[in-house]
Design a protein around this ligand. Sequence first.
Ligand code: SAM
Length: 265
Amino acid sequence: MRFDILSIFPEFFTSPLNESIIRRAIQAQQIEVHLHNIRDFATDRHAMTDDRPFGGAEGMVMKPEPIAAALEQVAAETGGRGRVILLSPQGRTFDQAHAVELAAHDHLVLLCGRYEGVDQRVVELLVDEEISIGDYVLTGGELPALVVVDAVTRLLPGVLGCAESASQDSFSRGFLKHSQYTRPREFQGLEVPEVLLGGDHAAIRDWRLLDSVRRTLARRPELLAGIEFDAAERKLLTKHGLLVEVAQRGGIFPPEKKRRGRGRD
Ligand code: SAM
């Protein structure tokens, strides 16, 4: 996966890209991250990348020409334009399903706004999609770009070791992950749940599913809508009095497939 990041503050990325899993992914050539300073593409003698808004208003707007020139250079370097993403508080709110979609691409171009944002013609002519990382306004698109790089990179094959597998994370099945414990067994009067110490893998699996469902019901019940539970899970949820609540939140219990009778066509 190749990421090209366009920003007027490319130094912003130096430290975050140089730590932990992202650093290892770069070293292992599982991802490449290319930083481009939009200022290098300014055409006037003051290297201006922003200007006053037409119609008059507060703040400055990022000019279209340096951004277009930076994108052209990326296309020339790579032989293709990639998927161009503008980080914007007005975009589609980023989530795990979206990260999975983006991980299927092999080239993402992340455009970081500053000031009041970018000229609308950039959005209409050059951008494939706008991504917001939440309903709040940051000073620039650099942190959101890093959020996208991080969430996408950890989904790429081989980036996480088995021990860190993304397949068990919150949202991978649509709802929240169960609580987790490590040593010591007792901390300030709180004990690790007994079942986790016993080595009964079926009991541990059941406990984890119940804990996941309970904490999702308590914190993010809307996440249960459309989640499918199989017959064994249905039985477990029934036994622990959770089935009705999960169903009310939109959890789905598909009917069991009928087994074919012996000797019949
Ligand atoms: N004036 C804009 C508005 O009201 O929609 C906000 C501009 S913001 C101060 C500057 C830049 O930060 C944006 O162009 C965008 O790139 C980035 N940004 C701010 N909040 C963001 C968010 N929640 N998600 C993604 N990008 C964001």
